[in-house]
Design a protein around this ligand. Sequence first.
Ligand code: PMP
Length: 386
Amino acid sequence: MSIYLDYQSAKSVDPRVIQAMQPYFCKRFGNPSSLHTTGDDATEALENARVVIADFIGAQAKEIIFTSGATEANNLAIIGYAMRNRRKGNHIVISEIEHISIHNISKFLEKNGFVVSKVPVNQYGEVDVQKINDRITKDTILVSVGWANNEIGTIQQMTDIATLCREKGIVLHSDAVAAEGLLQLDVGKNLVDMLTLSSNDIYGPSGVGILYLRKGTRVNPIIIGGGQEYGLRSGTENVPGIMGMAKAAEIMKIEMTAEAKRLLNYRDRLIKEILTNIPKSYLNGHPSRRLPNNAHFRFSGIEGESLLLSLKDEGIDVSTGSACSSKTLEPSHTLIATGLLHEEAHGSLQITCGRFTTEKDLDTFLNVIAGAVNKLRKLSPLYKEE
Ligand code: PMP
């Protein structure tokens, strides 16, 4: 088994979640749309799950729409809102460091008559609220800013962004996938109108997610069919998966504070030891306003991908950025947006810890990383020792 330090890409499902899902495969397998007893049982389970997940983010049960994951929730939020409200305006504002799903949704909307403005970020990956304000026009109907960045871990000023959107009467969507389970997400306090969550990011099964849709926020469905999920997301609900997500949210609600504290210690140890022990190593993202599980570095003179492969040979799994964009040779759009040069972006490595990371995993990683960087630098024509 590898030492796994890539929790941002995927998380193992918590065994307690698997246990909670088990009855819904064979015994309680009903379709919530069926009118018989087995169907009623599935409906009851589904509606209980909706209450638990709503409670996790301070929402009402009726404001939760189950989807097949975060990508679909982002599509429903942005395309659904844009299509429903295009008579009010055709302008949307996103940040330059949104997840690739949001960038590609924006391209789709641009081909369909919408105008999308991308707000730049500073060197730490922070979106300046004033810069959002500068881009708002009379045609702006929607702003979408991720709660925290899934690569460099920078946390945005969501309360300030939400306050601005409220003042301007513009709906705010946030993809909170990277932040969930690590930060308190309260849609009552932070006045976000639409929020994307995925199940796997809180140790539930993949292929399930939700869109929180504040009461009164109207979207068009993007999947048409039998009218499930208040007519907003047709298709038979994935009851076992949804039960898994609910259990994952229930556990996370209880354990998050302690878990985030433990992860923060790991993160700070990684940052301190790497920056101290490896010359010409730098931290990407904000030094303190960053997710407690995220450490993201660049090492001059070498490629992140070569380092990833060297670590793979040592039995350690890390990443060079978003798994969703790993099949392209392009440098990370997030790192470039923070002002890094292509070679700096290519020289970056992302380490994310999680529920099952141990101090021993970090010991092993920290024992290996300096040697791996050194070895690659010796082979690198780009690296110059001072
Ligand atoms: N948003 C963010 C911030 C992500 O990191 C991801 C990938 N985990 C997604 C959206 C897409 O999630 P999914 O692949 O589950 O649809």
